[in-house]
Design a protein around this ligand. Structure first.
Ligand code: CA
Length: 699
């Protein structure tokens, strides 16, 4: 069934909820979720994969909810997820059952029409993570489904298969070296009987990224592809690595090189290829990792691999010789486009560097690239050579450089969707300008960090890259004409991914807590609902028994809920205060959500007896940047992922502070730092109190 339509109003959300305990009539054998099912665009009832189908378009053919009916959308059911933190993932729906992942990679299956619990699976991340709690977050962006199994990758680097009927673990395999500074927040992807997973972590030590495919039945490794070359003295794994090594200089392997693929993988059933969106350099600063220059393949690229063997086919590098954290880990969306009256099997990609790329999937050739946000590091992409035209000075080679986009990018992992009926891509866009400088960095003596983060360059956020000071927007982008069609300016830059439907709708959850539906063609706002907390996860849509639902997880999270600083703290989604939920909407849904506490920006505690020493505070600022800021926020101002330390009583007590830092709190995701000296702890406290006093003085 392509689409379902209801004519009668169904003002019976509560009556439906009351039916929750009645067993589903669907006792028949579950459908086989295989390559054919995952490639099929027209069935709309299920949401079988991260991007719904292999194309990753996040386009649903369902039309019961459309521009005419969307005003009747209401909460049909919800599930409270008390104790969870950042919830950023895409749920899956298979034959009336919804599967989703909670904090600490706990997977839950619920009835997709009622929310009633089927099972829950806990991979015990706190028990496995250990020092790895220092890198990344306890977030997962999604799971995969294949022939009766659910796959989840864990923060600590395992890939686990679960029986979709019972929630029982079937196999578990370790995908990363226990000593590597890696983590996983990405969704595994399944195709041709294999499960693919990568990892993140280029900022936390000497990192050499790779992706690995495992047999979906057994968990046996099928193939692995390294993204950057290792030490030539050890021999190269394949010809692609030998080719890549020619684009590096110095002793890059000492720094790992980077390239970690933590998000964008797209399988293409038409070419039997998998496209890997690759990461930035480790460290960011090319002067350190490749001092003689060079493109540094395959950093910041889309790399096409043979899906069966993992062999290299082609690549397109978006940012040769990257030095700004401009990774190309963002989603890779497949579509049939008509360009210059010629049909093109296209790949669309809007990575951090600010250009929207359209690439021919048959050979990796660049068709077009235009900026979708403010871009100052390059003036254009030359379509003849496929290379960016860099602006002199952008590499901070002659001193501090003011650059847009910043290291957060013009677009992050928040999903871009594509609607083949409007021909538009819907991009959560970021508009920020940064200063980059490596003045004071010991370029020749720099060593990869251990147990903390260091990128070999310092960056400072300057503010919006636009005249009107907007830092985030939703925009509809025409990939054929390479131009913006409509735009909605938003509060904050950290707004969630999009969903688009054949009902001519675009849905986006926002940092300000609103889930909003727009006319996909015009951008006119048609409906909104405030969920009581910041939204970081993309919505999905599906149908059960002829009723269409829109569902999403609610739980402010992701990197900018950690390090975001004042602009993201301003939303007021304080740690531990606002609800975490899964909410499903349907036409005439009549369920009331419990009231949420109002937004609350934490106020620093007053401590006049604590006399800040400026020298200690200065030293503490450096410690804070390497150890605390990624979760507790820049300038010691929490954006909600972790407690605001300026408001913490523990900071006022040397003993209490030492206990938390040295022992950690694994279950809450707080890592232990037993190696920190008393002096370092004291410096940290003075820095945090200096920031608290600064805020208090300004009130
Ligand atoms: Ca990065």
């Amino acid at each position: 069934m392509v689409a379902t339509r209801r004519t009668a109003g169904f003002g019976a959300g509560l009556a439906l909820a009351a039916l929750a305990s009645v067993p589903s009539a669907q006792q028949a054998a579950p459908p086989v979720v295989d390559d054919a099912a995952l490639a099929a665009e027209t069935p709309g009832n299920d949401w079988l994969a991260f991007g719904r189908t292999y194309s990753e378009q996040r386009f649903s053919p369902l039309t019961q909810i459309d521009t005419g009916t969307v005003g009747r959308l209401g909460v049909d059911w919800y599930v409270d997820l008390a104790g969870d933190r950042g919830l950023v993932s895409t749920p899956l729906v298979v034959d009336g059952v919804m599967y989703f992942v909670r904090s600490m990679n706990v997977v839950r299956a619920v009835d997709a029409a009622t929310g009633a619990l089927r099972w829950e699976y806990d991979p015990d991340v706190a028990g496995h993570a250990d020092r790895r709690l220092r890198v990344g977050w306890d977030h997962s962006r999604g799971i995969a489904f294949w022939k009766g199994k659910v796959y989840v990758a864990t923060w600590d680097g395992r890939l686990n298969a679960i029986d979709a009927g019972t929630g029982r673990e079937l196999w578990s395999t370790r995908t990363i070296d226990p000593g590597a500074p890696f983590y996983i927040t990405g969704a595994p992807k399944v195709f041709r009987g294999k499960v693919l997973i990568g990892n993140g972590g280029t900022e936390n030590g000497a990192a050499r990224g790779y992706v690995t495919a495992y047999d979906a039945e057994t968990g046996e490794q099928a193939w692995r592809f390294h993204i950057v070359p290792g030490n030539p003295a050890d021999g190269f794994e394949n010809e692609a690595m030998a080719m890549a090594a020619d684009t590096w200089t110095g002793e890059w392997w000492e720094f790992g090189g980077g390239g970690n693929a933590w998000h964008g993988f797209t399988y293409d059933s038409e070419f039997d290829a998998v496209y890997i969106g690759t990461g930035n350099g480790s460290p960011w600063n090319r002067k350190i990792r490749s001092p003689g220059g060079g493109d540094n393949l395959f950093l910041c690229s889309v790399v096409a691999l043979d899906a069966d063997t993992g062999e290299y086919r082609w690549h397109y590098q978006t940012t040769p010789g990257e030095t700004w954290d401009y990774n190309s880990n963002m989603d890779i969306v497949l579509a049939d486009l008509t360009i210059d009256e010629r049909p093109v099997k296209a790949l669309m990609h809007a990575p951090k560097n600010g250009f929207f790329y359209v690439i021919d999937r048959s050979d990796g050739r660049l068709i077009s690239a235009e900026p979708f946000t403010e871009v100052t590091w390059a003036s254009a992409v030359d379509t003849a050579t496929g290379r960016p035209v860099e602006v002199p000075g952008a590499r901070y080679e002659t001193g501090a450089a003011l650059i847009s986009p910043g290291p957060i990018g013009g677009h992050s992992w928040h999903a871009m969707s594509y609607n083949p009926e409007t021909g538009l891509a819907y991009i959560p866009t970021i508009h920020l300008s940064y200063q980059f400088t490596d003045e004071g960095v010991d370029i020749d003596g720099w060593r990869s960090p251990v147990g903390r983060s260091d990128t070999g360059v310092s960056t400072r956020r300057l503010g919006s890259s636009r005249q009107d000071d907007v830092i985030g927007s939703l925009q509809a982008w025409d990939p054929v004409r390479q131009e913006q069609v409509w735009e909605v300016p938003l509060e904050g830059m950290w707004n969630a991914g999009t969903l688009t439907t054949a009902g001519n709708l675009v849905f986006q959850g926002r940092a300000d807590g609103n889930l909003v539906a727009y006319d996909a063609a015009s951008g006119a706002e048609l409906w909104r609902f405030h969920v009581g907390s910041g939204i970081s996860a993309p919505p999905i849509t599906y149908a059960v028994d002829g009723r269409q639902y829109v569902a999403l997880l609610v739980g402010w999270g992701g990197a900018m809920a950690g390090v975001g600083g004042p602009s993201e703290a301003a939303h007021g989604w304080s740690y531990g205060v606002h609800p975490r939920r899964l909410i499903a909407f349907a036409l005439d849904g009549g369920t009331e959500l419990p009231a949420s506490p109002p937004p609350r920006v934490p106020a620093p505690v007053e401590a006049p007896f604590f006399e800040v020493d400026a020298g200690l505070a200065q030293q503490g600022a450096r410690e804070y940047g390497g150890v605390c800021s990624s979760c507790h926020g820049r300038d010691a101002m929490s954006s909600g992922m972790a407690p605001d330390l300026r408001a913490s009583g523990a900071v006022l007590s040397a003993a209490a502070f030492a206990r938390v830092l040295r022992d950690g709190r694994n279950a809450q995701g707080m890592p232990a730092y037993p190696e920190l000296s008393d002096q370092q702890l004291t410096a940290l406290r003075h820095y945090i109190r200096e920031q608290a006093e600064r805020d208090l003085a300004g009130r």
